[in-house]
Design a protein around this ligand. Structure first.
Ligand code: PMV
Length: 362
């Protein structure tokens, strides 16, 4: 059995570029991986034996989860883990991932100390839990198989495992968050399935500013709000959702056909689509004062912005041009921080789960 001595891996957060809410009604949504990542560093403190525990230290939450060999045996023999009466969602998700990793045995993880850090703000619609689940699923997949890299088959297994963990965190997840954290780049979703995935050349890397309104949000409440609006005005809302679907199609087409020489015209087209989609989300009443202030602040500096995710709080994103030294960007970030919003300069189309380093005992 090949035993891992040290390992490092990371997975990105996600941003919905367009198509939120209409995706719930069978339309397409386009999401991108962003350069804010969860990182896992694991090292084995001693060679495997039955008394050494397995530990996960979560810096963002200031807590440690410890699993003993007795716990591991119980976890692997208990059925229906998703329905267990454990309230703590993180412990429940860790147990589930341990139980469903095919071929995982106690010696694979005994004595492993795992440090998890993350740049992804929690509960902001940026896929923090999926990024965590993907990292942990990838860790278990790699240690159980003793492999030096993640094959396509491994990635598919990791994505499925992380989706099941996401059902613990979010009830009925759409699958966007785990798919983006796993595969990275750009992902198109329709009716719960990935219908397209694509990457762009690095010359087409698009910088953005992600802005956290710092207003907590409940996705389910916003989904109910849109459903009630649709119940009251079904023809209008359905027509607007069809328009969002056209926006998604044009967004994908613009990205796929762009060349390094046509970046300015790409940004111009995407800005139109961003503003159109935001306008419809405003019409769906998932906007609020904070989100509207972010979009207005961006507009004052000549940028286009939209809500990303469910709305009602959470984040907006602002598309930047290619000129990263643009002083307008500094002015924008300054305006936003004066208004007490938290900005994260990042970029679109980043890599998915990545095994950065691995070393085995010889
Ligand atoms: O903010 P988030 O990541 O929870 O995004 C929700 C997106 C919705 O379309 C509103 C709901 C969904 O499940 O797709």
């Amino acid at each position: 059995m090949l035993l891992v001595r040290n390992l490092e891996l990371s997975a990105p957060g996600k941003l919905i570029l367009c198509g939120e809410h209409s995706v719930v009604y069978g339309k397409k949504a386009l999401a991108s991986a962003i350069d804010l990542r969860t990182r896992v560093i694991a090292h084995r403190i001693e060679s495997s034996n039955d008394t050494a525990s397995f530990e996960i230290r979560l810096a963002q939450l200031d807590r440690t989860i410890r699993i003993t060999s007795n716990d591991f045996n119980r976890i692997c023999s208990s059925l229906e883990l998703e329905k267990s009466d454990e309230d703590d969602k993180i412990i429940k998700a860790v147990r589930l991932l341990l139980a469903i990793t095919s071929g995982l045995e106690w010696p694979h993880i005994s004595g492993l100390r795992v440090d998890v850090t993350s740049e992804i703000p929690l509960a902001a619609g940026l896929g923090s839990s999926a990024s965590f689940s993907v990292c942990l699923a990838a860790l278990f997949q790699v240690v159980s198989r003793g492999v030096h890299n993640l094959s396509d088959e491994d990635l598919n297994a990791v994505n499925e495992m992380a989706f099941r963990a996401e059902t613990i965190f979010h009830g009925k997840p759409s699958g966007i968050d785990n798919s983006v954290a796993c595969f990275g780049n750009y992902v198109v979703l329709e009716r719960g399935s990935i219908v397209d995935k694509f990457a762009l050349a690095s010359a087409l890397e698009l910088p953005i500013v992600l802005v956290n309104s710092c207003v907590p949000k409940q996705t389910s409440e916003q989904v109910v709000k849109v459903r009630e609006l649709r119940d009251r005005h079904s023809q209008i809302v359905d027509a607007l959702m069809s328009s969002i679907n056209l926006i998604v199609d044009e967004f994908i087409e613009a990205l796929k056909t762009a060349t390094p020489d046509s970046i300015d015209s790409l940004v111009g087209s995407l800005n139109d689509l961003i503003t159109l989609n935001h306008g419809i989300l405003h019409g769906f009443q998932v906007d609020n004062l904070e989100l509207a202030t972010i979009v207005g602040t961006a507009s004052k500096r000549g940028f286009h912005a939209k809500i990303t995710g469910s709305g009602g709080g959470g984040c907006c994103f602002v598309l930047l041009g290619r000129d990263k030294s643009d002083e307008r960007r500094e002015l924008l970030v300054n305006d936003l921080s004066q208004a007490k919003f938290v900005s994260f300069p990042t970029k679109l189309g980043c890599k998915g789960v990545t095994l950065e380093k691995i070393e085995f005992f010889s």
